[in-house]
Design a protein around this ligand. Structure first.
Ligand SMILES: C[S@@+](CC[C@H](N)C(=O)[O-])C[C@H]1O[C@@H](n2cnc3c(N)ncnc32)[C@H](O)[C@@H]1O
Length: 249
């Protein structure tokens, strides 16, 4: 927790060197730049997934995709979709998926914050799980709009996650975790699943690459779990929807 922004950025550089060795990958891309203002077009899902009607897990900002690669092998009865804004990482992830012949895993290149509604509306199975894990922190206040967890995205997820479905978020950067936690907790479609501010352990079967790196450094991870409500709560609870304030105790 006591790490300065400078230290965090230095350790990020080492982390990225590790996971993307031999790949020429930009460390961060600005999702607001004009080249990323394109909706992600939905592929032919019947051709993508062997059994397209299976319940689906969406991992937002999946990077090289190793988390999903493991999940897809462990849960053949689910489909997995990773969305990642850095093209070369998507290419590398696809090569691994194809080498393993996984018919329940798909990686798509694109900006999840740009008109993702049509992509989510096109999904062939119920959207049962969403994970946002260690999103880029964009420390400077003026870069806040570049963060992946935005009120608009939370609202779209509130619409397309199936009732009873799960949203799991985690970060090692407390303000980023607080912001994500507040956005989902304050949205009327979602209900936090624990009274304590943060979950002690990761409810997913596998850690992500960033998580392994952070845990190896002995740093804390802030995690929160939400379910999509079966019945929407009365309006008023959701008035804070869209707020960027971090409300965790
Ligand atoms: C710090 S990495 C974490 C990767 C992985 N989730 C993990 O935990 O190891 C965050 C990833 O989100 C991607 N990303 C950032 N903004 C995005 C956006 N708007 N749409 C899709 N991917 C995005 C970044 O390119 C990066 O690969």
């Amino acid at each position: 927790m006591g790490e300065s922004i400078g230290q965090q950025q230095t350790s990020d550089r080492f982390y990225l060197r590790g996971i993307v060795s031999k790949l020429r990958v930009r460390q961060h891309v600005n999702p607001l730049s004009v080249q990323y203002q394109q909706a992600i077009s939905a592929p032919d899902w019947q051709a993508v997934y062997q059994q397209s009607e299976q319940p689906l897990h969406l991992d937002i900002g999946c990077a090289r995709g190793r988390f999903l690669l493991q999940m897809a092998q462990a849960y053949p009865e689910r489909n997995f979709l990773g969305v990642e804004i850095r093209h070369s990482l998507v290419e590398a992830a696809r090569q691994e998926q194809q080498a393993l012949g996984l018919g329940n895993l798909c990686y798509l290149f694109g900006n999840i914050n740009f008109q993702s509604e049509s992509l989510l509306a096109s999904l062939p199975g119920q959207l049962q799980w969403v994970t946002i894990q260690f999103p880029d922190p964009w420390f400077k206040k003026r870069h806040g709009k570049r963060r992946v967890a935005q009120p608009e995205l939370v609202a779209i997820l509130g619409q397309y996650v199936v009732a009873g479905g799960t949203v799991f978020v985690q970060s090692d950067v407390l303000p980023v975790a607080q912001e994500m936690e507040a956005l989902f907790r304050e949205h009327p479609a979602f209900e936090k699943q624990h009274h304590e501010p943060w979950l002690e352990t990761n409810p997913m079967l596998f850690p992500t690459e960033r998580e392994l790196y952070v845990l190896a450094l002995g740093k804390p991870v802030y995690r929160a779990l939400f379910h999509k409500r079966k019945v929407a709560v009365a309006s008023g609870v959701g008035e804070a929807q869209g707020s960027q304030k971090s409300g965790s105790k």
